[in-house]
Design a protein around this ligand. Structure first.
Ligand SMILES: Nc1ncnc2c1ncn2[C@@H]1O[C@H](COP(=O)(O)OP(=O)(O)OP(=O)(O)O)[C@@H](O)[C@H]1O
Length: 225
C-alpha cells in the first residue's frame, strides 16, 4: 500500500507531539524507532485514524484517513502496545472469530481458520481460555492472532515483543518474517528490524532519520548515548 503523509502534524492540548511530516511509505518492511515519548505511536496511529492530524493529511492508497476511516481500517490491522484494550469477548477463540463474523464465511470455515491461526502461533491451547486470565505475553499473542486472521493488507505492530519471553519473541519474529503483507513495526527490540527495507527514527516529535536499518540504528545509538 502507498501511505502518504502530507505535512501531517499532531497537537495534544496545545502541545505539538508530532512536527509536520511529509513522506511516502511503500516498502514491505518498515520499522519505527526512537526514545520513549518521541512520537512513534502517534505517527503510526495516524495511519488508521486512531489519531487525527491537527494539520495536513494522510492518504492510504489514495484514501484520506480522516474522511474515510472505515474504508482504511478494513485494510489496515493495528496491534496495540497494550493488547488488553483489544480483546473484547471473554473466550480467546470467540474473540479471534469476531473479526471474521462479517466475512460471510460458513461457521465451520471460521472455526477452522481460527484454529489454524492459533496453531500457527503455537498457542492452540489458549483458544478455550478466558482472555482476562491470560498473562501479558499470552494476551499479546492472542491479539496478534485476532488481527492476522482477518488478513489485513497492511499490519501495524506497536511493540509486538515487549512482553514476550525469548521463545515467544522468536516465534513472533518468525511469524512476522513469513507474513506476505506489508508491515510497520514500532519497536525497542532492534533485532526485529534485520532485513527491513526502511527504518524511521523519531526524536522529540520530529522525524530525524530515514534509511536502511544499519544506518538509522547507528544514528539512534548515537542519539541515545
Ligand atoms: N492522547 C494524548 N494526549 C496527550 N498527550 C499525548 C497523547 N498521546 C500521546 N501523548 C504524548 O505525545 C508524546 C508522544 O507519545 P507517543 O506515544 O507517540 O510516544 P512513543 O514514541 O510511542 O513512546 P513509547 O516508546 O514510550 O511508547 C508523549 O509525550 C505523550 O505523552
Amino acid at each position: 500500500m502507498d501511505i502518504r503523509f502530507e505535512d501531517a502534524e499532531v497537537r495534544f492540548a496545545g502541545r505539538t507531539v508530532l512536527l509536520p511530516v511529509r513522506l511516502d511509505l511503500t516498502e514491505r518492511r518498515i520499522g519505527i524507532i526512537g526514545l520513549n515519548g518521541s512520537g512513534k505511536t502517534t505517527f503510526a496511529r495516524l495511519i488508521n485514524g486512531l489519531v487525527r492530524p491537527s494539520k495536513g493529511r494522510i492518504l492510504v492508497d489514495g484514501l484520506d484517513v480522516t474522511a474515510e476511516p472505515d474504508a482504511v481500517r478494513r485494510q489496515v490491522g493495528y496491534i496495540f502496545q497494550n493488547p488488553q484494550n483489544q480483546i473484547i469477548l471473554p473466550i480467546v477463540r470467540d474473540d479471534i472469530a469476531l473479526g471474521l463474523k462479517n466475512s460471510r464465511l460458513p461457521k465451520g470455515e471460521i472455526e477452522f481458520r481460527v484454529q489454524a491461526m492459533l496453531e500457527r502461533l503455537s498457542i492452540g491451547e489458549l483458544g478455550g481460555r478466558r482472555a482476562h486470565e491470560l498473562s501479558g505475553g499470552e494476551l499479546q499473542l492472542a491479539a496478534l492472532a485476532a488481527i492476522l486472521v482477518t488478513e489485513p493488507r497492511l499490519l501495524i505492530l506497536d511493540e509486538p515483543t515487549n512482553q514476550l519471553d525469548l521463545r515467544n519473541r522468536n516465534r513472533v519474529l518468525q511469524t512476522i518474517t513469513s507474513l506476505p503483507q506489508q508491515l510497520i513495526v514500532i519497536t525497542h527490540d532492534l533485532g526485529l528490524l534485520d532485513g527491513f527495507d526502511r527504518v524511521l527514527l523519531f526524536d522529540q516529535g520530529r522525524l530525524v532519520g530515514d534509511g536502511v536499518p544499519a544506518d538509522v540504528i547507528a544514528q539512534y545509538e548515537a542519539l541515545a548515548a
